[in-house]
Design a protein around this ligand. Structure first.
Ligand code: GLU
Length: 281
């Protein structure tokens, strides 16, 4: 038994939960249950225009129907002050800079000498046009980017423990790889004032999560999260990345696949046990 084990499910209320979400939530729940630990919930609703209260309500209902329960959930829209504080700290350390480039600017800068466009989990690798601008120059419409070259100087031997079935083991962070494959990632979007990366790291620490259970599509973002934990001196959880549930054509399920929504199966009379079976649990 490990009562100190804490995991979470962190959906964005931008659509109905589908079988892929059920798999993720149930995997986290089962892992917590197995050791007598805690299962927590977090609404990742920073992207306000895309989030809807009725989806948030539907998430609570569907998860309850599946048999899950949780203490008072976190809502990221209530926590903007904590994200600003984290960004302020990175700013004081000279690790972020304001960027006013549009997508078109970035594309133009990249098409000059390079062959093709390097692609990271956040789309293209930023060519560094605004790097070197001071935070005192930040305008209200600027994004904030991490100066990756500077940031990796603090990395030391940092890595993360992956417990999931796909890439188990210790993954040491490689500074050169972070610079080459991720580059100066956006830490505050101009429209929402923060980013998924900052919010997830700050909240996993605030919720005292000891193991992050989530889809393998986020495995490539984990080095960014681990780096931010180092820079912000936050405790670091272990990770469990699971495979994605796919449709019969091998395509991963998306929120717009309403046909696979948990609601749709419920309406057809499926039981929570049927859902478990469908996702292979
Ligand atoms: N909010 C993210 C999603 O719905 C999950 C983030 C995470 O688990 O770290 O895909």
């Amino acid at each position: 038994m490990r009562p100190d084990y804490r995991t979470r499910f962190a959906p964005s209320p931008t659509g109905l939960l589908h079988l892929g979400h059920a798999f993720s939530a149930l995997t986290a729940w089962d892992r917590a249950q197995a050791v007598g630990g805690s299962f927590l919930l977090r609404m990742e609703d920073i992207d306000r225009p895309r989030c809807r209260p009725e989806f948030e309500q539907a998430i609570y209902e569907d998860l309850q129907w599946l048999g899950l329960s949780w203490p008072r959930p976190f809502r990221q829209s209530d926590r903007m002050g904590s994200y600003r504080a984290a960004l302020g700290r990175l700013g004081m350390s000279g690790l972020i800079y304001p960027c006013r480039c549009t997508r078109a600017d970035i594309k133009a800068a990249l098409s000059a000498p390079q062959e093709g466009v390097p692609v990271g989990p956040d789309a293209v690798i930023y060519p560094g046009t605004c790097r070197g601008r001071g935070m005192e120059e930040a305008g209200p419409d600027d994004a904030l980017r991490l100066d990756m070259r500077r940031a990796v100087a603090s990395l030391g031997n940092a890595g993360f423990q992956e417990n999931g079935p796909l890439y188990p083991g210790w993954h040491r962070l490689d500074p050169d790889q972070l610079v080459a494959e991720l580059g100066d990632v956006v830490l505050a979007r101009r429209d929402i004032g923060t980013s998924y990366h900052v919010a997830v790291v700050v909240d996993d620490a605030a919720q005292r999560v000891t193991e992050v259970v989530r889809g393998v599509d986020l495995f490539s973002a984990t080095p960014i999260h681990r780096l931010l934990q180092v820079l912000l001196e936050l405790p670091h959880p272990n990770y469990w990345h699971h495979d994605l549930i796919r449709d019969e054509h091998g395509k991963r399920l998306a929120k717009r696949d309403d046909a696979r929504a948990i609601r749709a199966y419920r309406a057809e009379g499926a039981t929570p046990e049927d859902i478990r079976r469908m996702v292979g649990l």
